[in-house]
Design a binder for this molecule. Structure first.
Ligand SMILES: *[C@@H]1O[C@H](CO)[C@@H](O)[C@H](O)[C@H]1NC(C)=O
Ligand SMILES: *[C@@H]1O[C@H](CO)[C@@H](O)[C@H](O)[C@H]1NC(C)=O
Length: 482
């Protein structure tokens, strides 16, 4: 009797703990135009994946893939049959002159899509940025035609706070069907006003008719030298937002839209002027870092960090702000759970000057301290389970404070976690699958994302638009729960 009970209890436990299954669609989508999958990181020029924004219609049938033309100008959008990850047979839609594809929302069944892009304002326009520097805009397309286009920075947008442009937008777009609102969070440089010449970030909302909103949740200028953002829709503005600033912290800034210490300090980070270790991917990486559990108010955030020791005063920011030294050479993957868009589960990071351990609150996904992890992303399967992923260099060279490392790529890892913040099972490793575009939860509960089938090297700095890496094929991968 006793042994039967034990056996059935074990059996139940085994059933209750799901595992991961990876399915690849190698080179499934023919691209109508060439795409260059490699982008050099800010400052180090180390290779990053150039993001290909991806979204799936609510009915789970149509995928929307956006990519920058290999020439560096024009963004193309192609429709994907999600059951095969091949083309749906429609012509690509080209949005001319765009320099970056920064997020897409697919509406499906004849309703088209909405895209965040970055384009130069025609020269001669009053108050245009200097040097043809691009400005972010949101584009709405239906049945192949542009319904509207709304600039979310540049001439006429919050002129009293200064005008903004985006040499590197590093942004993301989110949509809330409940409130009929699109939100965009992006990195900016001010070209007029109090912040002229400085880098920051901005959050703007546009309604379904394309009207730019001026609401409390809008922010002309938020976090200093933000090297990446994390953004996810909520039922209404403000959407859930996180910034990684260059003064020493990562903030949950849904309520503050900035870096004030009224926000929630998720983590202390070692920083240098303009960088904080590319915690949310750095150049071309600001997507799928913050994900909402399905049918739930809870969120999960994933990032990479060198940890934080020996907190000291931040004289520039003043009381309540700190600087930290790094605990490790390579970065580790970490996760945080939010019970709703502005509430962190568990303690905030400390701001106590003199604290030896500035990272005791961190929930590490990777324990070992030797390797370097980068390109962390997260998506949710359902209301309980999420997928955290990262890339690894087993023996990294990390010369620069606040930036990435070089060395031989040693795998992409996929770790199943639950919303209590527990790891479930061992990570799955792949040497030929990468995450290079949005990780989307498809209607049947699997998570799919685009990548380019290529040899991935993290060994050395790369140049802009190296032609030998251009491709006319896109691959996809999907992860399911077993
Ligand atoms: C801190 O980071 C720097 C730059 O990446 C590295 O050279 C140094 O070894 C790291 N410190 C520790 C304690 O690992
Ligand atoms: C979320 O709720 C909807 C409506 O009740 C349901 O159809 C869907 O299956 C739910 N999704 C998940 C992942 O539980």
């Amino acid at each position: 009797m006793f042994s039967i009970l034990v056996t059935s209890a074990l059996f139940t436990a085994a059933l209750a703990a799901p595992s991961l299954k990876l399915k690849k669609y190698v080179d499934s989508l023919d691209l109508e135009f060439s795409f260059n999958p490699v982008i050099p990181a800010y400052w180090t020029s180390l290779p990053h994946h150039r993001r290909t924004p991806f979204s799936v219609s609510p009915d789970g049938k149509t995928g929307y893939l956006a990519y920058l033309d290999a020439s560096g100008s024009d963004v193309h959008v192609q429709h994907v049959d999600v059951s095969t990850m091949k083309s749906k047979g429609y012509n690509a839609i080209t949005i001319p002159n765009l320099k970056e594809a920064g997020g897409i929302v697919g509406h499906g069944s004849g309703k088209g899509f909405t895209l965040l892009g970055n384009e130069p304002i025609p020269s001669g326009t009053e108050n245009a940025p200097p040097g043809n520097t691009p400005v972010p805009a949101i584009y709405r397309y239906q049945k192949g035609k542009q319904l509207w286009k709304t600039f979310v920075a540049g001439p006429g947008v919050h002129p009293d706070d200064g005008l903004m442009m985006s040499p590197d937008m590093n942004g993301d777009l989110a949509y809330s069907p409940e409130s009929g609102m699109y939100g965009a969070y992006f990195v900016v440089t001010a070209y007029t006003g109090f912040a002229e010449g400085h880098f920051g970030d901005s959050i703007q909302y546009v309604n379904e008719r394309g009207a730019l909103q001026t609401i409390d949740a809008s922010s002309a200028w938020g976090c200093s030298h933000n090297t990446g953002i994390a953004f996810e829709a909520a039922a209404e503005p403000p959407f859930a937002s996180i910034c990684a600033e260059d003064q020493g912290a990562i903030w949950l800034n849904t309520d503050t839209q900035g870096m004030s210490n009224d926000g929630v300090k998720i983590s202390n980070e070692q920083v240098t002027n303009g960088a904080s270790g590319e915690p949310v991917g750095g150049m071309s990486g600001s997507y799928s870092s913050l994900a909402k559990f399905q049918n739930s108010t809870e969120y999960i955030f994933a990032w990479v960090s060198r940890g934080a020791v020996d907190l000291t005063t931040n004289d520039w920011m003043g009381a309540g702000y700190t600087h930290a030294e790094n605990r490790t050479n390579g970065r580790r993957t970490a996760m945080a759970i939010l019970s709703d868009k502005n509430t962190l589960v568990g303690p905030e990071a400390t701001s106590e000057v003199g604290a030896a351990n500035g990272d005791s609150q961190v929930n590490w996904v990777t324990e070992s301290q030797g390797p370097d992890r980068s390109n962390a992303h997260v998506a949710t399967f359902d209301d309980t389970f999420a997928l955290v992923t990262w890339e690894e260099i087993a023996s990294p060279n990390c010369g620069e404070i606040g930036f990435g490392c070089s060395g031989q790529f040693s795998g992409t890892y996929f770790q199943l976690v639950n919303k209590k913040g527990d790891k479930v099972g061992e990570p799955l490793k792949s040497m030929d699958t990468y995450v290079a575009g949005d990780m989307v939860t498809v209607a049947d509960g699997k998570i799919c994302w685009p990548y380019v089938n290529m040899d991935w090297s993290l060994d050395a700095a790369t140049g802009y638009g190296a032609p030998e890496t251009s491709t006319k094929k896109m691959s996809f991968a999907c992860m399911s729960l077993l």
